[in-house]
Write a protein that binds this ligand. Structure first.
Ligand code: TZD
Ligand code: CA
Length: 528
């Protein structure tokens, strides 16, 4: 007989999963016992880190990642990360060990009370099997559910006494299943959409993270070139869907209604692909679109399509639809959009360093295909303006704006992309939420270069306090944190830089070592 544990590991293998990210406790030990030699367990010291590493790994591979958490407390610690994973459509199967079935009713220590309710509404599906025999089916369903459109996290609570029981022989049928999503438009719908774009006098493209997730970046380039359309990145974008060096590239849209409609003024057709319409942040009321403009959204997320407050929507495979559209539109006779102005370069040698100068040095010194995982919140616009991102999968940011994403996600992305250099750009406030990601990077020898932008303050909050006219807010500074000491304590090599020469030298050295390193760089805080 095959045990439920053995069948489940087989199911994971068949679905391409041999890595587990987590932080276990007593309820999870029976799953992990006799851990198979072809699996690896990436231990994180906090569940926010476990889910962040898994999120980065899932996004960079485009495949489901498995997260192993401890009951309710472990799930709770991971909730912030779950908010990011939900918003980035990251395919995750999150498991939490439940108490033994015989005792659940009397709620002993480490019972996950009302387990299926706990992670909602940040999961697509949440389940605790009614019988041990249902565990393999539940895992199979979770694996498929996590990656079918729209992908996202799912949650399974599994009583720990289930693992050693015999599997129902019929459950082995799960091993052979292949479940695939279709989703191209039919020829008619493609022709109609192309005709609308052809009729438009001045179309504009707005691209979101799911273009990058679909690896449809080159289809977007072809479509923009044939339409001679400028391209913006959707507000609050957590990935980079279009080469920032392309002449049609305009930049990151602002995250307010009035801001967007003002910038898009003059366009009669707004084509949005792979993004919600729109993920606003600041409340700056105004028209949702400029006068006379219509909007068409292409998304694989039915909910994103349904909840949009304006425009038409097509729900389907973003990559297939963009590819078909790029072929179907007529090459426009308009002049190609003029390239945007190059950002002003900052003169070297000035201290305190500006964040812009640090970014320019990184862009100059890092390999051209480096991947940036960002959580430096007051310098997001500066990054979109300055960095030369040309390859798909070059940029990641917490999709819900929840801090604690980037340090672990950088580790996950680097595990997924061993041939590209991952650079984590982290604010001195943000660095504290998931700081123990440094330990996992050191233990697993994951050669991320962590750059801590130390300006001593919650810069973005200072800026936002200005937007909201909220004067006299306490607790906006984060002085007296020594990230070099902290990093060394977790086993990393670390340097401090206060001049651009020192930063350039430390950064160039860090890129050469092939080991995880941290550089703390002192930057100026300028009031916006
Ligand atoms: N807690 C969590 C989990 N997520 C958040 N987004 C915040 C708090 C609020 N918050 C922001 O939205 S930005 C920010 C905070 C505290 C300041 C981050 O400061 P930093 O970066 O030092 O990392 P900057 O460049 O100085 O803004
Ligand atoms: Ca800061």
């Amino acid at each position: 007989m095959v045990t439920i544990r053995e069948l489940t590991y087989d199911l994971l293998r068949r679905n391409g999963i041999t890595t587990i990210f987590g932080n276990p406790g007593s309820n999870e030990l029976p799953f992990l016992q006799d851990f198979p030699g072809d699996f690896r367990y990436i231990l994180a010291l906090h569940e926010g880190v476990a889910i962040g590493i898994a999120d980065g790994y899932a996004q960079a591979t485009g495949r489901t990642a498995l997260v192993n958490l401890h009951s309710a407390a472990g799930t709770g610690n991971a909730m912030g990360g779950l908010a990011n994973a939900w918003n980035s459509h990251s395919p995750l199967v999150v498991t939490a060990g439940q108490q033994t079935r015989a005792m659940i009713g009397i709620e002993p220590l480490l019972t996950n009370i009302d387990a299926t309710m706990l992670p909602k509404p940040l999961v697509k599906w949440s389940y605790e099997p009614a019988r041990a025999e249902d565990v393999p089916l539940a895992m199979s369903r979770a694996l498929h559910m996590s990656r079918l459109p729209a992908p996202g996290p799912v949650y399974l609570s599994i009583p720990y006494d289930d693992w050693a029981k015999d599997a129902d022989p019929e459950s082995s049928r799960l091993l052979e299943r292949k479940v695939n999503a279709a989703g191209a438009l039919d020829a008619n719908a493609t022709a109609n959409l192309a005709a609308r774009l052809d009729r438009s006098a001045n179309p504009v493209l707005i691209l979101g993270p799911d273009v990058d997730a679909a690896r449809a970046n080159e289809h977007a380039v072809k479509l923009a070139e044939r339409l001679k359309a400028p391209v913006w990145v959707a507000p609050s974008a957590p990935r980079c869907p279009f080469p920032t060096t392309h002449p049609n590239f305009r930049g990151l849209l602002p995250a307010s209604m009035a801001g967007i409609s003002k910038l898009l003024d003059g366009h009669d057709l707004v084509l949005v692909a792979g993004a919600p319409v729109f993920r606003y942040h600041e409340y700056e009321p105004g028209p949702l679109l400029p006068p006379g403009a219509e909007l068409i959204q292409i998304t694989f997320d039915p909910d994103e399509a349904a909840r949009a407050p304006m425009g038409d929507a097509m729900v389907g495979d973003v990559g297939l639809i963009l590819a078909a559209l790029a072929d179907a539109v007529t090459e426009s006779g308009r002049a190609a959009p003029a390239p945007r102005m190059a950002p002003k370069r900052i003169a070297p040698g000035k201290t305190p360093l500006t964040a812009e100068r640090v970014l320019d040095l990184m862009d100059e010194l890092a390999p051209r295909d480096a991947i940036y995982v960002n959580e430096s919140t007051s310098t997001i616009e500066a990054m979109w303006e300055r960095m030369r991102w040309e390859e798909p999968g070059s940029y990641y940011f917490g999709a819900a704006g929840g801090l604690g994403f980037a340090m672990p996600a950088a580790v996950g992305v680097q595990l997924a992309e061993p041939d590209r250099q991952v650079i984590a750009v982290i604010g001195d406030g943000s660095a504290n939420y998931s700081i123990t990601a440094l330990w996992t990077a050191a233990q697993q020898k994951v050669p991320v270069v962590f750059v801590i932008m130390r300006n001593g303050t919650y810069g973005a909050l200072r800026w936002f306090a200005g937007v909201l006219h909220a004067d006299g807010v306490p607790a906006l500074d984060v002085p007296d944190i020594d990230f070099v000491d902290i990093a060394r304590g977790y086993g990393l090599e670390a340097e401090r830089a206060t001049t651009d020469e020192a930063f350039a030298a430390a950064f160039a050295e860090a890129l050469k070592t092939g080991r995880p390193c941290l550089i703390e760089v002192a930057t100026a805080w300028r009031k916006a």
